[in-house]
Design a protein around this ligand. Structure first.
Ligand SMILES: [Zn+2]
Ligand SMILES: [Zn+2]
Length: 454
């Protein structure tokens, strides 16, 4: 494993101000952020496009929800108090660009140059654009139906959702009399508009670049090679740096990443770990995905968004249930239950109480992924065994019990299914008498601005 340099990963030109929640004083910045998001949708999709109008309508809901959930206090917005931070934000994004980003972009440019230089060849660019747009809309509809199914599942289990969140730091937001249905609709809207904004750069590329029918399969194969390399060697490092900025540069939290943490920790909110406006920036000056040829882009966006939804279901017992074994070996849940760290992909597969049968399912992944927690351990001293993670696992034990195994089953059949439990390691389902005990030291998810943040 290469040595990692905190001076680079934690570099800031401005003042460090860690943030994990919104305050009512953020209202004007939040409103301006939504206005800019609407403008971005208008420019990238076109102002008459249905997705732009759907996105704007949801932005209005988000603004009203902010006022209801946090309150409104008018203050000179951060963007006027620290305008230089906007410049820094773009500088950080540019500095964090990796060679594989340029490989993806370069491949698209080469293909377009070849198409322009060989007009006599049967490229059928109109047909490929129709096909690419078809895949784009299929992706959006597929994910939206999935997100809607998850919303319905939460509405059906609303008492359970309320009960679980009352045993977490969300207790400071979710009170006895909180309208939990409103919180769920807010989470759904957050996911929906984030998704629309995130895929806007992909739509823009589809409608402005050309794809040759002759190169369709070859370009997709090369793009998938780039993406596998990206996941194996680059994603965790790139994400750690960008995500760290999303919490430690106040402007980046309020304008980019904050909305991802403002909604209840359910799969409904998730779009590859992005806030509303953040997705657009990461998918134009960050990841190479929007530049991929149509088949590769469709596959990558489907995988990343669907996977991220499944990996954000931190309310146990509700569809899409997050396997307890995965809860054991990943800790992004800890980040959504109030702790700033971990910032990276946060996986640690090589734990003594994880059976080999489970580990073997990840044999095809590199250590960069299966031990992605190493960045947090080296850069910020993250400790895998921490109270938040223990409490999260306890909640899954209580609310997502393992189905009883047949008594006559031989020992060899007692192997845990993917993402499920191992009886030896996860059999103690008892919650401590005070389920909040382990969460007690966490930064508050609160509606008012404390004197010193965190
Ligand atoms: Zn975050
Ligand atoms: Zn997240």
């Amino acid at each position: 494993m290469k040595a990692v340099d905190p001076a680079w990963y934690h570099k800031l030109y401005g003042v460090r101000k860690p943030r994990a929640v919104y305050y009512k004083t953020d209202f004007i910045d939040y409103a301006l952020m939504l206005l800019l998001s609407a403008g971005v949708m208008g420019v990238l999709y076109g102002f008459r496009h249905g997705l732009t109008w759907l996105g704007i309508a949801v932005c209005v809901v988000e603004l009203v929800a902010f006022a209801i959930r946090h309150g409104v206090e008018l203050r000179v917005p951060l963007i006027l108090r620290k305008p230089q931070d906007v410049l820094y934000m773009f500088l950080y994004k540019l500095q964090n660009l990796r060679p594989l980003y340029f490989a993806g972009l370069g491949l698209l440019l080469v293909e377009n140059a070849v198409i322009a230089l060989t007009p006599g060849l049967p490229h059928y660019v109109e047909w490929t654009r129709i096909g690419a747009l078809g895949l784009f809309y299929l992706h959006f509809l597929w994910i939206t139906v999935y997100r809607t199914v998850i919303l319905v599942a939460h509405l059906r289990e609303r008492k359970l959702v309320h009960e679980v969140l009352m045993q977490t730091p969300w207790k400071r937001v979710i009170h006895e009399d909180t309208n939990i249905v409103f919180e769920m609709v807010h989470a759904y809207c957050t996911g929906l508009v984030t998704h629309i904004v995130l895929i806007a750069p992909w739509y823009f590329v589809i409608t402005h670049a050309h794809y040759s029918l002759l190169f369709l399969v070859a370009a997709a194969a090369l793009d998938l090679v780039i993406h596998v390399r990206w996941m194996e060697t680059t994603h965790n490092s790139w994400f750690y740096r960008d995500h760290w900025l999303g919490h430690n540069s106040e402007l980046e939290f309020v304008w980019l990443h904050g909305t991802h943490h403002d909604a209840i920790p359910s799969g409904m909110i998730a779009v590859a770990g992005n806030g509303i406006l953040e997705g657009c920036l990461r998918h134009s000056i960050g990841t190479p995905a929007p530049f991929y040829s149509p088949l590769a882009a469709f596959f990558v966006y489907m995988y990343e968004v669907k996977n991220d939804i499944d990996l954000h279901q931190y309310i146990p017992g509700v569809f899409p249930k997050f396997g307890k074994r995965m809860v054991q070996v990943t800790q992004h849940s800890t980040h959504h239950y109030g702790q700033l760290e971990p910032y990276g992909m946060a996986m640690k597969l090589d734990l003594p109480d994880v059976p080999d049968t489970f580990k073997n399912q990840f044999k095809w992944m590199t250590k960069e992924i299966t031990n992605s927690i190493h960045l947090d351990e080296e850069l910020n001293g993250f400790r895998w065994d921490n109270p938040t993670h223990r409490q999260t696992r306890s909640l899954y034990e209580k609310y997502q019990p393992t189905p009883k195994k047949k008594a006559a089953a031989p020992p060899s059949e007692a192997v845990a299914p993917p993402g499920d439990t191992n009886p030896a390691a996860l059999s103690d389902g008892a919650l401590p008498s005070d389920a909040m005990a382990g969460f007690g030291q966490l930064p508050a998810i609160v509606n008012h601005e404390p004197e010193s943040v965190l």
